[in-house]
Ligand binder design. Structure first.
Ligand code: AMP
Ligand code: ZN
Length: 114
């Protein structure tokens, strides 16, 4: 997608601090971190929202969680805990319409979220 911010990061047109990359998945630091660890895990395939995920994307979405697990583990939060969040749509706070998994850790996270 030409006008998608995260596709531009995938293409290298916009810089990002990469934390993980393979053929299908990329993870990088959130530019406006809400916790000591705040990573975004994205598929390299453009999928706008959770509503656009298809059955044949199931393995890809699973790989995003495996990347999240690895990032949290490497940052030392596997045991203390971390939160993964994927917002869907404007009311949930989605601002970038390329699916992304937030990975947050390093402070006490309240529940329920606002
Ligand atoms: P959401 O509100 O769930 O759509 O999350 C979008 C996230 O993307 C926000 O947490 C932003 O801080 C983050 N973000 C926006 N632009 C960039 C960027 N250029 N590099 C890294 N993270 C970004
Ligand atoms: Zn995109």
């Amino acid at each position: 997608m030409n006008d998608c911010l995260f596709c531009k990061i995938i293409n290298g047109d916009i810089p990002a601090e990469k934390l993980y990359e393979d053929d299908e998945v990329l993870a990088f630091k959130d530019i406006n971190a809400q916790a000591p660890l705040h990573a975004l895990v994205i598929p390299k395939k453009h999928i706008a929202t959770i509503n656009d995920i298809q059955t044949n994307d199931a393995e890809l979405i699973g790989k995003m969680y495996l990347a999240a697990k690895q990032i949290a583990n490497e940052a030392g939060y596997a045991d203390t805990g971390y939160r993964t969040v994927m917002n869907c749509g404007k009311s949930a706070g989605q601002t970038v319409f390329h699916v992304h998994l937030h990975v947050l850790a390093g402070r006490d996270l309240s529940w329920p979220p606002g």
